[in-house]
Design a protein around this ligand. Structure first.
Ligand code: SF4
Length: 504
């Protein structure tokens, strides 16, 4: 048994990119993506300047969040400690890319599956060294068996002042750097200048502004592009499952507090929830790079992944919604009442499980906020009340006044949670993400989300409560539309800002 790691000697590295090219050749890595690359940074002002190199790649972490989150066990730990992958199991959900705090994973544009450095494990099995080790002209890359104290490279790691990338993420990386400039390993200490990199312009997803308040320590002059992986479909899924969960929660709340007739809400709510659950499923499958493999979630499940747990939660909730709907349609009050508790539990789980899924995304610190769970629940109630407010235009929803109070209350709680999130003290990574969300690239979406999705609905609903009569129904329905559209804008700002912080 062994536990393999790399020692990367930045003092010896001459930045020739031979390792990058050898890796590309060994693994047929497509254009535009890399399993390993050499990052350049430059420090100082002319004529007192210096350039520093650091080789970037998968850290083969002992506590690998990519393995934890991978729903189909496509990423796995080999016997020699290497984090390897199996293309044929990958569904292209991209969760591993958000879980990895090191930008080590990319989507292979030819196979639409997640790829990364696998330590050339096919070569290791043949007793050969990884291709980057063989090709490096200055012996800057060495393999260590970290379980063998007599291994010469392991003893260098034990003896010398080596460091790892992002140790605060507690992933126990097994790629050690000797002589690396600290700024080259910390993406928050460097920035890509507005005039781009040495040989390339920047891409849309490359942050070009200093990522932390004040001046960056250095300028990044060469690195690779890392495109954002979760976008509008994921933001949409947060809204649609919120509506589904919220419709059932609000229906249960109304009935339980005597504000809703069993007959009126027990048909409408499950129908709307069912439709939005179906849209949720479509969005989730459509976001996969390998959508036809979606059933691997069930047939090759990694039970530790919240993508898998989430799939089971959504299915269980769909069953509850279906049974409740059948009970409502067939006027079986006993069945509907029997289903209230399991349906509520399913709705809460459906609304809230994403907080656990996002918490597994170790590379996206903004998403790991403890306020995410309460925010998702509050948004679900808001979405449900909005759904009821719109449904009020078309038919009987029980007690519209109770719905209005719920709508206003959920707006207030959601606003308070968002305010708490953006005004709390944060560690640097989250500070950058919050700044991008509230004052940077996503500020427009954030403001539409907060003003259009929370403030305006609350005001319109309050106005409706004052004016009463038929105008109130129309005003509250408009408030509902604002709430749902605004929620998508807020979610999209949150999802994108979380991915905006450079990791390499
Ligand atoms: Fe490699 Fe990233 Fe997974 Fe760590 S989390 S093993 S660096 S892919």
């Amino acid at each position: 048994m062994s536990r393999l790691g790399f020692l990367l000697d930045s003092d010896s590295c001459i930045g020739c990119h031979a390792c990058t090219v050898a890796c590309k050749s060994e693994h047929d890595v497509a254009l535009g993506v890399n399993r390993t690359w050499v990052k350049y940074i430059e420090k100082g002002s002319f004529p007192d300047v210096s350039r520093h190199f650091s080789v970037m790649r998968c850290n083969h972490c002992d506590d690998a969040p990519c393995i934890e989150i991978c729903p189909t066990n496509a990423l796995y730990r080999a016997d020699n400690g290497v984090v390897d992958f199996n293309d044929s199991h990958c569904i292209g959900c991209k969760a591993c890319m958000n879980a990895c705090p090191y930008d080590a994973i990319y989507i292979n544009p030819e196979t639409n599956t997640a790829n990364k450095c696998n330590f050339c494990n096919h070569r290791i099995e043949q007793g050969l060294e990884p291709s980057c080790v063989v090709v490096c002209p200055t012996h800057a890359i060495s393999v260590a068996d970290l379980d063998d104290p007599l291994d010469p490279v392991t003893s260098i790691i034990a003896r010398e002042d080596v460091t790892v990338r992002a140790p605060e993420q507690n992933t126990k990386p097994k790629v050690y750097y000797r002589g690396a400039d600290a700024a080259s390993l910390d993406p928050l200490r460097t920035a890509i200048a507005p005039d781009g990199l040495i040989w390339a312009d920047t891409t849309a997803d490359h942050p070009t502004v200093p990522p932390v308040a004040g001046r960056p320590d250095a300028r990044t002059t060469y690195t690779t592009a890392h495109t954002m992986t979760w976008r509008a479909k994921v933001s949409g899924y947060l809204v649609t499952k919120g509506v589904a969960a919220g419709m059932m929660l609000v229906a249960a709340l109304l009935v339980a507090t005597g504000h809703g007739e069993l007959g009126s809400v027990s048909v409408m709510a499950p129908i709307v929830a069912g439709v939005f659950l179906a849209i949720t499923g479509v969005l989730l499958v459509a976001d996969l790079k390998q959508p036809l493999r979606f059933h691997y979630l069930l047939t090759r499940s990694n039970s530790r992944s919240w993508l898998v747990k989430g799939a089971y939660i959504l299915m269980a909730f769909a069953v509850c919604v279906g049974i409740s709907g059948i009970g409502g349609l067939m006027n079986m009050a006993g069945l509907v009442e029997f289903m209230v508790l399991p349906t509520c539990a399913g709705a809460i789980a459906t609304a809230g499980y994403t907080a656990f899924l996002f918490a597994q995304c170790e590379g996206r610190d903004l998403w790991q906020t403890r306020l995410l769970g309460p925010t998702l629940l509050s948004q679900a109630v808001l979405a449900g009340a909005a759904g009821f407010a719109i449904a009020d235009v078309f038919g009987d929803i029980g007690n519209p006044i109770a719905v209005r109070w719920l709508l206003v209350g959920a707006c207030g709680v959601t606003a308070a949670l968002i305010a708490a999130e953006v005004t709390s003290a944060h560690e640097p990574h989250v500070r950058v993400a919050v700044s991008e969300m509230t004052a940077g690239a996503y500020r427009g979406k954030f403001r539409v989300g907060v003003v259009g999705g929370v403030a305006i609905p609350a005001l319109l609903t309050a106005l409706a409560m004052i004016v009463g009569s038929g105008t109130a129904t129309v005003l509250t329905a408009i408030a509902g539309v604002f709430a749902l559209v605004g929620m998508w804008f807020y979610e999209d700002a949150f999802v994108r800002a979380g991915q905006s912080v450079p990791l390499s």
